[in-house]
Every structure is written in C-alpha cells, then in structure tokens.
Design a protein around this ligand. Structure first.
Ligand SMILES: [Zn+2]
Length: 344
C-alpha cells in the first residue's frame, strides 16, 4: 500500500490542555506520528513524503479568512508581552452573540470552541503538513490500484469551515474528499473514529454528491456533545446524505461491525466513485479515550469489509492515541485492507 506522511507533522506537540478543572495530558502528542510511521515501515509499504503544495485545496472547504487567521495567529499572540507562549482561547461567542470581533483574544474565541486546540509557533506548519498529506493521498489515489493511506496528524474531522475544534484545525478528510469529488464524482465518507465527525458533517451538510456516514459514541455521552445524533440526516438539498449511528459506551466488536455493515450497505447503494475512511483508532479497547472496546481483530474485520466494496479508497488518519497497542491497531487495519473477504 502507498503510505503518505510528512515529518513536519511532528512539530506541533503540546504537553497538556486545561479540561475538567485541571491540566491533563494532551491526547494528540507528536509521538503518535512516530508510532504510526514505525508501524507502516515494518509492514513493507511504499512510504512517501508529501510534497509542498498550495492552499487551494484547503480553501476549497475552509473559509480563507480562517486559514489566514490560523497561519498568523501565533505571531500576533507573541507580540503581546503579557500573553503566555501558547495561544489558547479563554472566551467564546455563544448562540446569543454574533458580532465578529477584531480583538485577537476575541478572534481566537470566534474561530474555536474549546481549549482543545492550543496553538504554538509550530502548529500551522504541522497542520499544513497534515493537510498536504491528505491532498497528496487524494492525488495519488487517481493512479493507484490499491488503497492509499494518508498518515495525517494532527487529526481533522472535528474542524468546521471556519472553526477549530476537538484537537482539529484543518479537516483533512473533507479536504481530500472535496479533491476526490472532482476526479471521481460521488464520494462516500465513512468515519469510524470513536467521536462523531461533526466538522465533516457540517462541511458536506448540503451536498447531495457526498454521503457522510459516522459511527461513534452517543453525543449525549461523549464528545463532540453538540452533534452526532441519528436524526441529523443532511440539509434540505441533501436529505439522507448524512448518516449517523451513535452507539453506547462500551460497544464491542459485534455491534460495531453490525453498524459498519449498515453504513457500508448505504455506501454501496449510493454508488460512489471513491470512498474516504476517516480512520480513528480511539474506539480501541486499550485506547486512553476508553470509550468502545474494539479489538485488533475487530479493526482487521472492518478493513476487510471496507476493502470488499471494491471502491478506490483513501484512508485518512484521525484519532487513536498513545498506548502500547496503537501501532498494532494500525497494522491490523492495513493488513485487513489487503485481505478482502469475498461476499462481505
Ligand atoms: Zn476521536
């Protein structure tokens, strides 16, 4: 399999974030990049560094003003001597406030919804590299005769057109899907990260040519809290093109694979030209997020079912956090992709 990565993805590395009334270890550490790279290097894949690229594919799904802000916010932050070294929002507009501010602190709160997206001097470099990995993966899929794995980090599926959220700054899955839609026409997105792909849902909400499916923990019982319910089915122009399957905490392989089969049946009926898998391993039994109980065998079985669609497939890495099992989850999934089960 072709694997795309970029070393700049490891530059953004924040130790802790403020949540639940205290500082806790940040879940998305740069070490993830090294774990993923080591896992694929030992599995005989063709590993390629993404080339530098422009912003056109990024601004095709993101507000250019938001992208500009993201690029320059840390330099602006550092010009304020009274501020600390990491840009973190402390105030946000609510559903009662709708005026876009010009003040830096106000703007940061405008473009983010929590403390989960800290910004350092290296954040833009890393999120741009992660997006370029997805872009190059999409470009290479056109000529590939096998799935392509875009080893993205930081993740992206919680990012909206003009909002960073849940550790995500640029929506790599959506950027890739938009690019693929030009080449392949209708696109199916299947998000198996344990958290709802709320940013991806928002980006394609009114698109009848993109089917977005997400299998995740019930938003009444986990992040992203404000989206991911089963009755969110798409905008007026695209009703039925968004499919959410919220599942309870503690879900194991059996019900998870049954939900996956349901999503794959919908994708098959939609008849896309290509599919994008938002690939999260935080549904795993040993993931520190500790929400679902998916095993290595479960990930391998999911991959085999996805491969059995026989559709050009781009894998975009989303969540999945540091545990001794993380590399094995990736290896199990990629191994499963190369062994499709006939009749799935
Ligand atoms: Zn997640």
């Amino acid at each position: 399999m072709l694997v795309i990565h970029h070393p700049d993805q490891a530059r953004h590395d924040v130790e802790s974030v403020f949540r639940t009334g205290k500082f806790i270890p940040h879940f998305d550490r740069a070490e993830r990049y090294r774990v993923f790279l080591e896992a694929v290097t030992g599995q005989g894949h063709q590993v390629v560094q993404a080339p530098a690229g422009g912003l056109e594919a990024i601004t095709a799904v993101h507000d250019p003003a938001y992208v500009d802000f993201l690029k320059g916010v840390h330099a602006r932050w550092m010009r304020r001597p009274e501020f600390g070294p990491i840009a973190v929002p402390s105030v946000h507009p609510t559903h009662r406030m709708h005026r876009r501010p010009t003040d830096l602190v106000g703007e940061l709160g405008w473009y983010s919804n929590s403390t989960t997206c800290p910004i350092t001097a290296d954040t833009w470099t890393s999120v741009l590299a992660s997006a370029q990995v997805a872009i190059h993966g999409a470009e290479r899929l056109a000529a590939a005769d096998a799935p392509v794995y875009a080893m993205c980090r930081p993740p992206g599926h919680h990012a909206y057109p003009d909002l960073m959220s849940g550790g995500c700054y640029l929506n790599n899955t959506a950027i890739a899907a938009q690019l693929l839609s030009r080449r392949f026409g209708r696109i199916g997105i299947l998000d198996i990260d344990v958290h709802h792909g709320n940013g991806t849902q928002a980006i394609f909400w009114d698109r009848a040519d993109v089917l977005t499916c997400s299998i995740h923990v019930d938003p009444n019982d986990g992040a992203p809290l404000y989206a991911g319910h089963a009755d969110e089915v798409g905008g007026d122009a695209a009703r039925g093109c968004n499919d959410n399957q919220p599942l309870p905490r503690g879900t194991g392989d059996g019900p998870w694979l049954a939900a996956l089969d349901g999503a794959l049946a919908r994708i098959r009926r939609f008849a896309p030209g290509a599919i994008v898998i938002a690939l999260g391993f935080d549904a795993a039994e040993h993931d520190p997020v500790a929400t679902f109980r998916i095993t290595e065998a479960g990930f391998a079985a999911a991959a085999a079912r996805i491969a059995a669609l026989g559709c050009p497939t781009l894998l975009v890495q989303e969540g999945g956090y540091l545990s001794p099992s993380l590399g094995r989850y990736l290896r199990s999934f990629l191994g499963g992709m190369s062994r499709p089960r006939p009749g799935c």
